[in-house]
Design a binder for this molecule. Structure first.
Ligand code: E4P
Length: 218
């Protein structure tokens, strides 16, 4: 299972990259807007830190505009993956980019039929948003289960990139279902390592070790 970091913040990316755990990065217009810097500059800097797919999203609303943006973004670095919204114009752009061998990530997926359409049009990744589904009382993980089954039924090469992950349980459930990738905020990556019993256990070991050290001195 691959871990992508869902952020455009360079400090977070640098820190997470030191773990060696980050296989890629996903950004979106909201995450980019928080950084107050040029889009191109951010993507270039991310590419200099992480050696893996970096999703950069188009913001045009027509296929022509999306394609223009996509080819500009793809020029920034070979690891750039073009993120397209799951709308009709986005799917027209997807068909063309797939034919041109450009890697794509279809975002804002909330139903199996949307993911099926994107897979049929050759998307490299689909991004189902589990957290936002949970927010409106739909169990987001049920969608992941459906997609794993559907993609398996037809041996689609499209990878399921579980997005809008909000906590470690989302990562656990995505892994149990066999999703290819989970993208998560920096905070969730840190939470994956944590367990209170680990901290209590380590504290106890170190306190007991102090007794050994003290006995050695006596
Ligand atoms: C995915 O690529 C999106 O950037 C992201 O996961 C959305 O997460 P949110 O619902 O927490 O904004």
């Amino acid at each position: 299972m691959k871990f992508f970091l869902d952020t455009a913040n360079i400090d977070e990316i640098r820190d997470a990259a030191e773990f060696g755990l980050i296989d890629g990065v996903t950004t979106n217009p909201s995450l980019i807007s928080k950084e107050g810097r040029s889009f191109k500059e951010i993507i270039q800097e991310i590419a200099s830190i992480v050696d893996g797919p970096i999703s950069a999203e188009v913001v045009s609303t027509d296929a022509g505009g999306m394609l223009e943006e996509a080819y500009e973004l793809a020029k920034i670095h070979e690891n750039v993956v073009i993120k397209l919204p799951m709308v009709k114009e986005g799917m027209k752009a997807l068909k063309r980019l797939s034919a041109d061998g450009v890697r794509t990530n279809v975002t804002l997926i909330f139903s199996p039929s949307q993911a099926l359409v994107a897979a049929k049009l050759g998307a490299t990744y689909v991004s189902p948003f589990v957290g936002r589904l949970d927010d409106v009382s739909h169990v987001g993980m049920e969608l992941i289960g459906d997609l794993v089954r559907i993609f398996d039924n037809y041996s689609f090469q499209t990878q399921i990139l579980v997005a809008s992950c909000r906590n470690p349980l989302h990562i656990r459930d995505a892994a149990l279902l066999g999703a290819h990738v989970a993208t998560m905020p920096y905070g969730v990556l840190g939470q994956l390592l944590k367990h209170p019993l680990t901290d209590i256990g380590l504290d106890r070991f170190l306190k007991d070790w102090e007794k050994v050290a003290k006995a050695g001195r006596d």
